[in-house]
Ligand binder design. Structure first.
Ligand code: GTP
Ligand code: SPV
Ligand code: MN
Length: 593
C-alpha cells in the first residue's frame, strides 16, 4: 500500500515500475517489525549473516561483490544541460542521452525482484535545513543501511505533503556489471540514478549522491552550503562548547576527529568532545548572522580498518549494536567480526572479506578490505552531541581543511581572512585512499575535499563560498584553518601522534578564534609558535624540535606546489573567481620574498 497520495511521487514510481517490472512493491515505513522481516529475508538468501547476538546484538555482516568495494569516480557523472555547468573536474553526460542509456541498462531489471520504496529525510524531519528524498531499490542491504543512515518512514511523507520538492533516487543492482556501472546525478531534475553497484557510497543515495552532489547544487541556488565536513563540539573546563566543521578527503580522519577522546590531562581538566556529524554538513546563516551547521545523516558509514579501543573507542562502541559490517573478516569461533588494526590478535579460524577460509595468524592476505565499513546508528555513539537533533544546527566558530601530506603542509595554519581561507580550501591536495577505486597514495588536488562530490562547476562553487563570505560580518564569520595530521619522516613514520592528541591543535584553533594566542605570519598564513601547542604528557613522543619541524613552512617546497595549483586553476579558464586569482598572486609574491 502506498504511504502517500502525493501525485508527483506516485507518478514517478509508476514510471519506474513500468520500466523495471518488479514482482512486487514494498513501502518502507521504518517500523521494527518490517526491519526484522527484511533482516530475516536477507539472512535466508545469504545477503546478510547474523552475528553473535550476545556480543553484537542486532548486528550483521554483508559482503559486496569483489569488483564492487568502493566509490567509482570515473563512472560518476554530473548530468547538467551543458558541460560547462558540470565543470572541468566532473564527468559529464548530456541528460537526455544519459537517461536513455540508464533506462536501457535498467529495463526489466527488477523482474523476479521486489521494489523497495524508501521515503527518507536528510536532517531532522521538518527542520528548515532538511530535505526529503525517495529511493527505489532492489536491495534489502540498501534498505537496512538507509534505515540506519537517514530518517525513514511515513512521517517523512507526511511532512512532504503534496510538494514536488523531493529528490528522486533510483537504484538497481542489475548484474553488478562493472562495465555498466554508473552513478549519475541530474541536479537540475533533483534526480539520481545508480546502476550495477551494491557498494555504500554508490547506492545509499541519501549520502554522497544527494547530501553532497545534489545538495551542493541546491545550496548554490538557495544560498546555503553542503560540505564534506564533520561537525564537532569542544567543551572546555568552564563548560563552554565551541563548534568546528572540518573537511578532509575520504579516509583522511573525519570520523576519528569527530569522535575524539581528549588526552588524559585534558580529561582531568574537564575537556570533552561532542560529535554532531562525521561526514557531511549542511550550513546556513542563522538569524544572529553566524553560520550554523547540521549533520543531515542519522548514522555513521565509517572506515573499519584502524578503528580500535585506542584510536577511536567511541566509533568502536557505536558498532556494538544494530550495526551492519561490510567486507570485514568473520571470526568463525565466536561469530564476530575482525579487521586490520582492531587488535593484535587476528582470528585463526575465520573467513576473509571475500568469504574464503582465512587464518589471520598465518596469512599475509588482508582479512578485511581496506575500505571495509561499518554502518552504525548515531544514537549508539557515547559522545553524540545533545545538539544532534537540533533543527537549528550548531553555530560554527572555525572551519578546518586538511589532507594527507607526508611532506609540505604544516601541522596547522590559519588563513588571513575569509577569502584567503577559501583559497586555502581550493588548493587542498591529499594522497588518495582506498575509499575510491584507483591508485592509493598519489597526491591529487581535492579542493575542499569536494572533488568527487561537487554537483556543479567547481569555479561557481568557489564563487559561492566567496559570496557567502561577503554576507558575513568579520566578527561573525568562522575563522578558516588547514591541518595535516599525516606528516612523515624519511623512514615513513608519522611525526604527529594524531587521534586524541589532535585536540591540542583544535585548542590552538579555538584560542585563535578568540584572539587568545599569538601566531607567526608566513607565506601561506599564520602558523603557531611551537610553545603554544601544548605537548604536556607527550613530550616523550614528540620533541619540541619535531613539533618545530612540522610547523615549518618551507618556501622552496611550496614554490613547487605553485605549478600544481596553476594547473588546476587553468582548467577553469575565464570562470576562475578573481578573488582566488588575487590570493594566488599574493601567495606567489610571498614565496618570492
Ligand atoms: P570517509 O568515511 O571515507 O569520509 O573517511 P574519514 O575522513 O571519516 O576517515 P576516518 O576517520 O575513517 O580515518 C581513515 C583512516 O585514517 C583510518 O585508518 C584512521 O586510522 C586514519 N586516521 C584518522 N585520524 C588519524 C590521525 O590523526 N593520524 C593518523 N596517522 N591516522 C589517522
Ligand atoms: C567517502 O568515501 O567519503 C565516504 C564513504 O564517506 S562513501 O559513502 O562510500 O562515499
Ligand atoms: Mn566521506
Amino acid at each position: 500500500m502506498a504511504l502517500t497520495t502525493n501525485k508527483s511521487v506516485l507518478e514517478w514510481i509508476d514510471d519506474k515500475v513500468k520500466l523495471v517490472k518488479p514482482d512486487n512493491i514494498v513501502w518502507i515505513d521504518g517500523s521494527k517489525e518490517q526491519i526484522e522481516e527484511l533482516r530475516a529475508i536477507a539472512c535466508s538468501t545469504g545477503e546478510l549473516t547474523k552475528l553473535n547476538e550476545e556480543l553484537l546484538p542486532d548486528c550483521y555482516l554483508h559482503r559486496t561483490a569483489v569488483n564492487d568495494v568502493a566509490r567509482v569516480e570515473h563512472r560518476t557523472f554530473i548530468c547538467t544541460k551543458t558541460k560547462e555547468e558540470a565543470g572541468p573536474t566532473n564527468n559529464w553526460m548530456d541528460p537526455d542521452e544519459c537517461y536513455k542509456m540508464l533506462y536501457d541498462i535498467a529495463r526489466d531489471s527488477y523482474i523476479g525482484r521486489t521494489m523497495y520504496v524508501i521515503p527518507y529525510s536528510m536532517g531532522p524531519i521538518g527542520s528548515r535545513f532538511s530535505k526529503v528524498g525517495i529511493e527505489l531499490t532492489d536491495s534489502i542491504y540498501v534498505v537496512l543501511n538507509m534505515v540506519i543512515m537517514t530518517r525513514v518512514g511515513k512521517a517523512v511523507l507526511d511532512v512532504l505533503g503534496d510538494s514536488e520538492d523531493w529528490v528522486r533516487g533510483f537504484h538497481s543492482r542489475c548484474q553488478i556489471d562493472e562495465e555498466k556501472r554508473y552513478i549519475c546525478q541530474f541536479p537540475q531534475d533533483n534526480t539520481i540514478i545508480s546502476v550495477n553497484s551494491g557498494y555504500g557510497g554508490n547506492v545509499l543515495l541519501g549520502k554522497k549522491c544527494f547530501a553532497l552532489r545534489i545538495a551542493s547544487y541546491q545550496g548554490w541556488k538557495e544560498g546555503w552550503q553542503a560540505e564534506h565536513m564533520l561537525i564537532l563540539g569542544v567543551q572546555n573546563p568552564k563548560g563552554e562548547v565551541r563548534y568546528i566543521c572540518a573537511a578532509f578527503p575520504s579516509a583522511c580522519g573525519k570520523t576519528n576527529l569527530a569522535m575524539l577522546i581528549p588526552p588524559e590531562g585534558y580529561l582531568a581538566q574537564g575537556y570533552k568532545v561532542w560529535c554532531v556529524g562525521d561526514d557531511i554538513s549542511w550550513i546556513r546563516k542563522g538569524d544572529d548572522g553566524r553560520l550554523y551547521a547540521i549533520n543531515p545523516e542519522n548514522g555513521f558509514f565509517g572506515v573499519a580498518p584502524g578503528t580500535n579501543v585506542k584510536s577511536n573507542p567511541n566509533a568502536l562502541a557505536s558498532t556494538k549494536q544494530g550495526t551492519i559490517f561490510t567486507n570485514v573478516a568473520l571470526n568463525l569461533d565466536n561469530n564476530t567480526v575482525w579487521w586490520e588494526g582492531l587488535d593484535k590478535n587476528p582470528p585463526e579460524n575465520a573467513l576473509e572479506w571475500k568469504g574464503n577460509p582465512w587464518n589471520g595468524k598465518e596469512s599475509t592476505d588482508k582479512g578485511a578490505h581496506p575500505n571495509s565499513r561499518f554502518t552504525a546508528p548515531a544514537v549508539n555513539c557515547p559522545c553524540l552531541s545533545s545538539e544532534f537533533e537540533n533543527p537549528q544546527g550548531v553555530p560554527i566558530s572555525a572551519i578546518v581543511f586538511g589532507g594527507r601530506r607526508a611532506k609540505l603542509a604544516p601541522l596547522v595554519y590559519q588563513s588571513r581572512d575569509w577569502n584567503n581561507g577559501v583559497f586555502v580550501g581550493s588548493i587542498m591536495a591529499s594522497e588518495t585512499t582506498a575509499a575510491a577505486t584507483g591508485a592509493v597514495g598519489v597526491v591529487r588536488r581535492d579542493p575542499m575535499a569536494m572533488l568527487p562530490f561537487c554537483g556543479y562547476n567547481m569555479a561557481d562553487y568557489w564563487q559561492h563560498w566567496l559570496d557567502i563570505g561577503k554576507t558575513l560580518d568579520a566578527d561573525k564569520a568562522p575563522k578558516i584553518f588547514n591541518v595535516n595530521w599525516f606528516r612523515k619522516d624519511d623512514e615513513g613514520n608519522f611525526l604527529w601522534p594524531g587521534f586524541g592528541d589532535n585536540l591540542r591543535v583544535l585548542n590552538w584553533i579555538l584560542d585563535r578564534c578568540e584572539g587568545k594566542v599569538d601566531a607567526q605570519e608566513t607565506a601561506i598564513g599564520y602558523v603557531p609558535f611551537a610553545k603554544d601547542i601544548d605537548l604536556s604528557g607527550i613530550e616523550d613522543e614528540v620533541s619540541l624540535e619535531t613539533l618545530e619541524s612540522i610547523l615549518t613552512v618551507d618556501n622552496a617546497l611550496w614554490a613547487d606546489e605553485v605549478s600544481g595549483i596553476e594547473e588546476l586553476y587553468a582548467k577553469f579558464g575565464d570562470k576562475m573567481p578573481a578573488d582566488l586569482l588575487k590570493e594566488f598572486q599574493t601567495l606567489k609574491d610571498n614565496l618570492q620574498k
